[in-house]
Design a protein. Sequence first.
Length: 189
Amino acid sequence: MRSPFHFLIKPLGGTRYKHTKEIGGVDVIVSSSQEDHTATNRYAVVVETPVVYKGDIKKGDILIVHHNVFRKYYDMKGREKSGPSFFMDDLYVIDNEQFFLYKRDDKWTAPDPYCFVEPILKEETGLINNDVYQNLLGKIKYINKELTSKGLKVGDVISFQPESEYEFDIEGDKLYRMFTRNICISYDN
């Protein structure tokens, strides 16, 4: 079973939500709400690629997907519903704009036009400040082909546009997903 234009995926681990977190060897419930987007499973396995697809994603790859892909919601009458990506059983259909990173052979890669940037910690100044990361600065963690073609590489320090960073937790690392067009300056070229 394949779709002409959509990827067929299933949630990694078979669950829509990640409501628990291991703390000190104990599973602790961190969210009990289905509306909490931070508790949705962001990891998916590719079951089938689209018939017309000519890109790099292959069957069996792991994807980082949009937080609404597996999410449930309540309609106006309070009935629980699956989102528009739900197909049947534990299968979902998504398009190219609903995933941002893929993993094959233990290596993450960002498809165009997305990239992932690691925020840079501020140096200790002795001042009381809630901001622990430098404003609008980061290091490229997962690069795409477009940035590579422009001479950038993983580890380059870059500056990005305000409000362009969208926070993700990728295997325990805090990263910002952004578009190629959001990168303004490279300090390493």
